[in-house]
Write a protein that binds this ligand. Sequence first.
Ligand code: SF4
Length: 963
Amino acid sequence: MKPFDAGPRLPTALGPQETADGVRMQQFPPAEAWDDWTEWDHRAWPRKIPRRYMLVPTVCFNCESACGLLGWVDRETLEVRKFEGNPAHPGSRGRNCAKGPATINQVNDPDRILYPLRRAGRRGEGKWVRVSWDEALADIGGRIRSALQEGRHDEVMYHVGRPGHDGLMEWILPAWGLDGHNSHTNICSSGARAGYAFWMGFDRPSPDHANAKVILLISSHLETGHYFNPHAQRIVEGKLAGAKLIVWDTRLSNTASMADTWISPWPGSEAAILLAIARHLIATRRYDREFVRQWVNWEEYLRAEEPGSPPTFEAFEASLETRYARYTFAFASRESGVDARVLEGIAEDVANCGGKLAAHNWRSAGSGNLGGWQVARCLWFVNVLTGSVGVAGGTSANAWDKWVPRPPHLPPHVPRWNELAWPREYPLSFFEMSYLLPHFLKEGRGKLAVYFTRVYNPMWTNPDGFTWLEALRDEAKIGLHVALTPTWSETAWWADYVLPMGHGSERHDVMSQETHAGRWVAFRQPVRRVAMEKLGRPVRRTWEANPGQVWEEVEFWIDLSWQIDPDGSLGVRRYFEPPGRPGERMTVDDYYGWMFEESVPGLPEAAAREGLTPLGYMRKYGAFEMRAGAEPEFVRPLAEAERAATRVDPATGIVYTTAPAAPAMNIVPTPVFVAGALGRPIGVMVDGTARQGFPTPSRKLEIYSSTLAEFGWPELAVPDYVRSHVHPDEIDRQGNEFVLLSTYRLPTLIHTRSANAKWLLEISHSNPTWIHTEDAARLRVATGDLVRVETEIGHFVDKVWITEGIRPGVIACSHHLGRWRLAEGEGTSRMASAVVGLQEDAGRWDLRQVGGVGPYASADPDTERIWWTDAGVHQNLTFPVQPDPVSGGHCWHQKVRVSPARPEDRYGDVHVDTGRAHEVYKRWLSMARPPRGPLRRPHWILRPFRPAEAAYRLPDGGLPDAG
Ligand code: SF4
């Protein structure tokens, strides 16, 4: 096998496992033998004790990549013994990062929550009683039923951290009639999404790294970025095939260490560099002129920005050259601190990419800065100029490489708009203004009767966690808090119900991600349940097969929906009955069986070739590949059938139809257009051919965004550079002010869920603050010394790590550590968290660590071998909310003052004033621009859980003082 060979493909390549001379080609047992495979017992080594396993495919839940796993279930004991990669998964191809196999740690975690719990004392007191699932369902379902009957729909909210599934809640919440979804997106990817969406309608890129000539990463993608294991495989393939790898990362990450060119720009200067590259391409006439002429909305740009100029492409080119003339390499160098010759070298590499530029920005600069959304927007500008859009080696839109599931019953769009998640101030936000929720509750904008948090730990993950604590403890603001979680967290401690939901091997979900040029779907399965059923032991509910009574969401939501509407009188229950069997309760087999049969192109045929049902095929292989290679859907000519009942607007070339639209999921990848006077837009004329185009108002790539202009931001209607709130001019370096990079992930941890994975914690359990050697000398601190890091609302105390791997004037601290618990033996995992004391005085909070990590006796003898003592420092508590006024994303980078620790300071100390935090919230809120027209939000811009068209209208008619 060649190194980094693309690996096996479904299903034929799962056959031959050996070369002609008998050398074993791969480590994976052949799929035909997965039901009964014998290997020596690894725990019995060096003795050779055979064990018979059933290998059940599932999907890792430890990040968004959705890599395949095989759960090795002992056929005799039904114990899940280990996890390895699934070679049949087209995205991960049998490979995983450290977090995949560590799923076994999570399954066997001695501190995990095994049974439903209900609060017994005051909120946050830590007293719980075990309840049955039926009791929990009856109480929660009854409260939701009352809310629906009394018209209090907006008081029911589901707030998710890591969804881990596609399409599930788009079925559940609209079926209840709610606009009640909330997400974590605004603390994560809003900036990048907005930057891409204003250009092309789609909000994510899908780079084809493997076939690229130039790979440009504004991230640490090889180790921790979006879809990083699948991406890392292809980045390395591309690099081995000769691609140049360029990494922009202020910190010397592991990814930067692998780059051909690494630069360490001042945080927030990335868009200036990208525009300097764009200017270079334009000025030297080395851009894909034909692609730009055909696919960019330059006519609209000229009408809006150069109204007196002739409507010619040449006039557009001249305007571009003038507009971006000031973005010289010298300017970008001043902003970024990177030598102009290095920037010019990068621009030359991009200019010579031959239409094969694979580029990505997701969190990183996009989520760190005021105006961070312009980073992705300017990056896509470079993709457009080089013609690297949708082609092999270029970058596609996510929706071309992602499949969207459908449930058997599609609920209608709800006629409601929940302003607790979608406030008027942010008409262009991507997406819900989730991290502002406690401030909204504090201001009396609403209250919640039932609040679900699912795999979500806002008190620890979000900025301003003590404001979250103040909201979560207040029963007048949140009547019932239900934490759906596989493991304890800081937030779950303040819940009324803690309901254990399964890890990646204990639940069903479907997932499809744009991991590479291709399209696939994968099936997460509860491996023990599947093994039991194959061995003839029926399972009624998944919790019967999981440890304790750990359940899964699909069955939970179905049962809860029946509880809400037991007799069907609310119109809810019918969505949870199987097709053709009214009155019966839908099962997971009904749900996924229908989905795989009816909505996965090519799967029924592939299954039939093996004598399987589509569900049987997915249960056997765990994944199905629908397409390999890039497919630029935007160039697809409209078929004759599509062109029936169409009209072309001669002014714009947009093709409209009066035919009704097929029912669409309320799901994110593709915008939905409402019909206007000419009908519904479905394509655009390009050089005489009607093509599908992009889901934007112009059906073209939008260098000029009429949407930004109409919704309050005309000065930003064209890609530009926005000075960050941490621009060098804002930082008094002589006064020991710094920019704090707080966003970086560690490759071996997973936000809030890795606290119960012993292998991962043994590797990573500390988050010192990186400080450059020069700055450390000025501050007179050495590695290991404590510093006080002051933000606008408080401070934290951390030890320092002196390094040359960070730009002077910038410090960095990973957000993956700093877990805490309030009780010695309870709450957040003992192997990951410090015991803390918490004091409050009228909104002034002090957290002090009173005990670190240490060995302890448990069901796992390894916990007595814990040698590390550190749990890290919880820096996010000290960050005020800083919402970008356009994308709505939290601008994570912090302006801080650093000084040596004071005598009274202790490692891990955190102090925060939540009164001050609310003032900072109001200051950032005042930067937002509510809509001046009649709509809350443009119809076409992506919005998950899209309500009905009428709900977009402001109830007061969009008066100028609306909001
Ligand atoms: S990259 Fe790692 S954590 Fe993420 S899904 Fe793949 S194996 Fe799991």
